[in-house]
Design a protein around this ligand. Structure first.
Ligand SMILES: [Zn+2]
Length: 613
C-alpha cells in the first residue's frame, strides 16, 4: 500500500515560490487579459441599447460572447492554479518572501480580469430576456446560465461600467489591503504559553488541551498577543466595513439596499430564508446552552469559560495522540458507510500528498479546502497534532474535498457553489465520522467521548456562530455613525455573546473580534451564518438516509452536483421537496440537535451515577 503523506506536494504546478515559470505565467495572463479587455470593450458601447438590440446584430454578438467565454475559461484555469499554488505556500510559511510579493500581484491580476470583463457583465445584466434566452441556448454557454441569471437579480443596483471598474480597481490596494494586513498580523504574532513562545496556530491548538490550566494560559496568551494589536485590528474592521457601507450607499440609487443584501446574494439565499434560520435558532438557543452545561458537568466545571469551549472530552484520559495515518483510516472507514468510493477518496487524498497537516513555524491558523483548476484537484490545509478536534477538522475538510471531487467532471462555472451550500458536505462528513465512532464505542465512557463532539457542535453552531452574526450586525450599524474604536468593540462583542450564551458561560470573549479572522476577510462580509446554515441543513439531509435507504447516496450526490447551479432554496425544493424559507425546515433539524444533546446529557448523568456508586 502506498504511504500516506502529511505534507502536500504541489510540484507538478511550480517547483517553488522562486520558480521563474510563475513570472512567465503571470506575464502571459496579463497579456491574455489585455486581449480579453479588447474583446469585451465593444459591449461597453451597447449598454444603453442592450434591452432592445437590432435582430440583425444578434448572431454576431452571440459569437462574440462565445469568444470571450473561451478566453475567460482559459485565463481562470491558469490564474486559479497559480493563485492556489502561492496561497498554499503562504499557509505553510506566512513569511515566504517570494510568495508574499506574488500575492498582491495576483490580486491585481484578478482585479484586472474582473475589470476587463465588466463591460460584458454589465451588458448581460442589462440585456433583454429574449437575448439572454437565445444566448444560453448555445451549448458551450450553458454553463454560464446560473451565474448570468443570478447576476441579473442585481439589475437595479448596477453602476456604470466605469464606476464598476473603479470599485474593482481601487479595491485591490484599498479593501483587500486591509484583509492582507490581518493575515500578516495573524502569521507573525507570537504568544507566550506556559513559558514557551509559540505562533498563533500552535496556541490555538493548545486551547483544546485536556489540561484546563493550559487552555486558560493559551487563551489568555492569544488575547494578550492580539491586545497589543487591537488598534490595528479596529482600523481593519472600520476600513472594511466603511468601504462596504459606502459601496452599498452608491448602489442604492434605485432602491435602498440593506447591508445584508449583498451577503444574501453571495450566499444565494433570500433574506426570508436568513431570517427564518436565525429566528428559529434563537428560539432554540437553550439547546446549545444545555449542551454547554452538560459539557461543564462532564468536566466537573461549575460554569464553562471561553477557554473551555474547545476542551476535549474528559474521558480521553490525558492528551490524546491519534497519529495522522490512523485518523485517515478511521475517517475512510466512516465515509465508506455512505459509499466505498468516499472512503477510498479520503485515503487517496493522503497518498497523493494533497493534504498538508504537519506543523511548521510560521504557519497560518485555521483549516481550509481549496483546489487547483486544471487538473481539477482538491487540497487540504490544517495543523494536525493528533487531537480528536484535529480529526474532526480533517473529516470536515475532506467533506469539502469530496464535494469538489463529485463535481470534477462539470464545466468550471457550474462548480462554483455558495458559502451556505459549501458547508453542507463538510458538516455531513463530520457527522458520518461521529456516528460511526458512536456506534463502534464499546462502553458508555467511549460513547460519551464521541457524543461530546455532538454537544460541542451544538454549542458552536447554535451559540458561537450566531453571536458572530449578531456582533457583525451591531458593528455595521455602529460603523454607519462613524469610526468604532477598540474600546467600543469590546462591549459590543461581549453583548453579542451575552445575547446568545446568556448565563451558560462565566465570561465572554470581548476580544473575539480581533482573534477571529472571519471578521477581517476583505472579500466577503458575514462569513458566519453560512456555517449555521450548513450545520442545520446537512443534519436535515443526513436524517433523510433512513427514508431513502439505498437510493440516498445518489440523491445526495445529485444534490451536491447541483450546488453550483442553483440557489439554496431551489436545491432543497428540487431534491428534498422542502421550503427553507419556512421555520419548519429549520425546526426539524433543531430537533435532531436536541436529540443528540439529550443523549449526551444522559451519558453525562450515567457517568456521574457510576462515579457516585
Ligand atoms: Zn468548512
Amino acid at each position: 500500500m502506498p504511504q500516506l503523506r502529511q505534507t502536500w506536494d504541489n510540484q507538478q504546478f511550480f517547483s517553488g515560490s522562486d520558480d521563474p515559470a510563475i513570472a512567465t505565467t503571470i506575464e502571459q495572463l496579463q497579456a491574455d487579459i489585455a486581449e480579453l479587455e479588447t474583446s469585451c470593450a465593444i459591449f461597453g458601447g451597447l449598454i444603453e441599447t442592450a434591452d432592445n438590440l437590432p435582430a440583425a446584430d444578434i448572431p454576431d454578438l452571440i459569437s462574440k460572447v462565445k469568444h470571450v467565454h473561451g478566453q475567460e475559461v482559459s485565463i481562470l484555469e491558469r490564474l486559479g492554479n497559480v493563485r492556489t499554488f502561492i496561497s498554499s505556500i503562504l499557509s505553510v510559511d506566512s513569511q515566504d518572501a517570494q510568495a508574499n510579493t506574488w500575492m498582491p500581484k495576483l490580486q491585481q491580476v484578478g482585479a484586472a480580469l474582473s475589470q476587463a470583463g465588466t463591460p460584458l457583465d454589465v451588458f448581460l445584466v442589462r440585456a433583454s430576456d429574449g437575448f439572454i434566452t437565445q444566448l444560453l441556448a448555445e451549448p458551450e454557454l450553458e454553463e454560464r446560465s446560473f451565474s448570468i441569471s443570478h447576476a441579473r437579480r442585481l439589475k437595479d443596483q448596477l453602476l456604470s461600467v466605469s464606476e464598476e471598474k473603479l470599485i474593482t480597481g481601487l479595491g485591490v490596494t484599498g479593501l483587500q489591503g486591509w484583509g492582507n494586513l490581518y493575515d500578516d498580523l495573524a502569521g507573525s504574532l507570537k504568544c507566550e504559553v506556559e513559558g514557551e513562545t509559540v505562533g498563533l496556530a500552535k496556541a490555538a491548538n493548545l486551547v483544546s488541551s485536556a489540561n484546563r490550566d493550559t487552555r486558560q494560559a493559551a487563551w489568555t496568551a492569544i488575547r494578550s498577543a492580539w491586545s497589543t494589536r487591537e488598534d490595528s485590528v479596529a482600523s481593519i474592521l472600520n476600513a472594511i466595513n466603511g468601504w462596504r457601507l459606502e459601496e452599498t450607499a452608491q448602489r442604492s440609487h434605485i432602491r435602498e439596499l440593506h447591508y445584508l443584501d449583498k451577503s444574501c446574494h453571495q450566499s444565494r439565499i433570500e433574506r426570508e430564508t436568513l431570517n427564518a434560520l436565525m429566528d428559529t435558532t434563537y428560539e432554540h438557543r437553550a439547546i446549545g446552552q444545555r449542551a454547554l452545561k452538560a459539557m461543564g458537568q462532564a468536566l466537573e466545571i461549575k460554569q464553562m469559560a471561553p477557554w473551555d469551549l474547545f476542551a476535549p472530552a474528559p474521558s480521553a484520559g490525558g492528551e490524546e495522540n491519534i497519529p495522522f495515518d490512523d485518523a485517515i483510516q478511521l475517517i475512510a472507514k466512516a465515509f465508506s458507510r455512505l459509499t466505498p468510493a468516499m472512503g477510498e477518496f479520503a485515503v487517496m487524498m493522503a497518498e497523493k500528498g494533497w493534504i498538508d497537516g504537519a506543523p511548521t513555524p510560521n504557519r497560518t491558523t485555521g483549516a481550509y479546502c481549496t483546489s487547483f483548476r486544471s487538473p481539477r484537484e482538491p487540497r487540504i490545509f490544517l495543523t494536525y497534532e493528533g487531537t480528536m478536534n484535529n480529526v474532526m477538522t480533517l473529516a470536515h475538510e475532506l467533506g469539502h474535498a469530496w464535494h469538489n471531487w463529485v463535481m470534477r467532471d462539470l464545466p468550471m462555472m457550474k462548480t462554483w457553489y455558495s458559502m451556505t451550500l459549501a458547508e453542507t458536505a463538510s458538516i455531513f462528513a463530520e457527522t458520518l465520522v461521529r456516528d460511526a465512532l458512536l456506534q463502534e464505542a464499546k462502553d458508555p465512557a467511549q460513547q460519551l467521548e464521541i457524543a461530546w463532539q455532538n454537544a460541542d457542535s451544538a454549542a458552536v453552531f447554535l451559540l458561537n456562530i450566531p453571536a458572530r452574526f449578531e456582533f457583525e450586525k451591531r458593528l455595521v450599524e455602529a460603523r454607519k455613525d462613524g469610526y468604532v474604536i477598540a474600546d467600543k468593540l469590546k462591549p459590543m462583542m461581549a453583548g453579542s455573546w451575552q445575547h446568545w450564551y446568556e448565563d451558560s458561560l462565566s465570561e465572554y470573549d470581548d476580544l473575539f473580534w480581533a482573534s477571529k479572522l472571519h471578521f477581517s476577510i476583505a472579500s466577503l462580509g458575514f462569513y458566519n451564518y453560512p456555517y449555521l446554515f450548513g450545520y442545520l441543513f446537512s443534519l436535515g439531509i443526513y436524517a433523510q438516509q433512513e427514508k431513502y435507504g439505498a437510493a440516498f447516496n445518489d440523491l445526495y450526490t445529485n444534490l451536491l452536483r447541483d450546488t453550483g447551479s442553483m440557489t439554496a432554496e431551489a436545491v432543497v425544493m428540487q431534491h428534498l421537496k422542502q421550503d427553507i424559507r419556512q421555520p419548519q425546515f429549520w425546526q426539524e433539524s433543531l430537533l435532531i440537535v436536541d436529540d443528540s444533546v439529550k443523549q449526551f446529557e444522559q451519558l453525562v448523568a450515567q457517568q456521574k451515577a457510576v462515579a457516585i456508586a
